[in-house]
Design a protein around this ligand. Structure first.
Ligand SMILES: Cc1cc2nc3c(=O)[nH]c(=O)nc-3n(C[C@H](O)[C@H](O)[C@H](O)COP(=O)(O)O)c2cc1C
Length: 201
């Protein structure tokens, strides 16, 4: 009975998400990983990916490492004047989701496979995960600060990937207008950067 239960849990964690609805992620694992200096030595950009999926556990761990809360109301990444104006949107096969770090949920924002819309480079459409950095310019101290705040989050993802044997590349190349349309962003929201994550080929 116990083995069956564990098997079911493993299966549920391996599947990425059920499409068409919000997703409650498993609690992130906030400890472990390789030593920081080893991660720094391994960090690099990768542009050739296999189509192997990420588990929901890995997704949860990655998003927490990127931009989760590590204190009551402050995050793993700094932000200018603590405005926390960057939202992370997760582009996966099942849809585009807003990462809600407080509740550890993915909130559905656009149904269906939009990975091909997350960037112009060939590999983007087939990688399991693309993260969009969307600034809320109403919250930001200014646009320059929002651009800089993206950089900290992006480096967290690079280092997480280096530690977990994943591959990543941050990207400025994507069709902004198309993404704005798909996500029905307001005039005060802007996609500033994107980042691909998966397994190296
Ligand atoms: C703001 C920014 C935008 C970038 N845009 C792209 C991009 O659109 N496509 C891409 O393949 N790499 C992009 N890169 C990755 C750089 O090309 C890469 O970091 C650089 O070549 C150094 O390689 P490394 O990351 O392996 O050290 C970008 C990097 C930054 C910081």
């Amino acid at each position: 009975m116990n083995r069956l239960f564990l098997l079911i849990c493993f299966f549920l964690c391996s599947v990425v998400v059920v499409s068409g609805q919000d997703v409650k992620l498993p609690d992130p694992v906030k400890t472990g990983g390789i030593p920081l200096k080893d991660a720094l030595s391994k960090r690099q950009s990768v542009r050739a990916y296999s189509d192997k999926e990420l588990s929901t556990q890995t997704l949860s761990d990655l998003l927490w490492a990127a931009y989760g809360f590590n204190r009551a109301d402050k995050r793993v990444a700094p932000s200018s004047q603590n405005r926390q104006e960057i939202d992370l949107y997760v582009v996966i096969k099942e849809g585009i989701y807003l990462y809600d770090a407080k509740t550890n949920q993915l909130l559905l924002r656009a149904k269906g496979d939009h990975r091909k819309d997350a960037g112009s480079q060939d590999f983007v459409a087939n990688t399991p995960l693309n993260v969009l950095y969307i600034a809320n310019l109403d919250k930001a101290s200014n646009r320059d600060a929002a651009c800089m705040d993206c950089g900290f989050i992006s480096q967290n993802i690079y280092l997480f990937c280096a530690s977990e044997g994943l591959a990543s590349v941050v990207r400025g190349s994507f069709g902004k207008d198309k993404l704005h349309k798909i996500l029905q962003l307001t005039g005060k929201q802007e996609v500033l950067l994107a980042q691909t994550v998966g397994f190296a080929k």
